[in-house]
Design a protein around this ligand. Structure first.
Ligand code: ZN
Length: 70
């Protein structure tokens, strides 16, 4: 596999990104599980997103709560 992606911070080609759990805070009391992606060479953050597995659980719980109201 040829890796063509370059880190926007250090400019080096990176073979992978390190994913780590991170807590995302919205407002004061709302927290979500997230993931941060960092460059394995310079350790700077490449991006952050909601944890996709947790996001599915949040959506499922929201749907169950909505169905209880029907
Ligand atoms: Zn880098």
């Amino acid at each position: 596999m040829i890796h063509t992606g370059e880190c926007p911070h250090c400019g080096k080609r990176i073979p992978n990104a390190k994913a780590q759990d991170i807590e995302l805070k919205y407002d004061i009391s709302i927290k979500y599980k997230g993931l941060s992606y960092t460059c394995p060479l310079c350790k700077k953050i490449l991006g952050i997103q909601l944890n996709p597995v947790a996001q599915n659980r949040y959506l499922l719980q929201d749907m169950k709560n909505m169905l209880k109201k029907i």
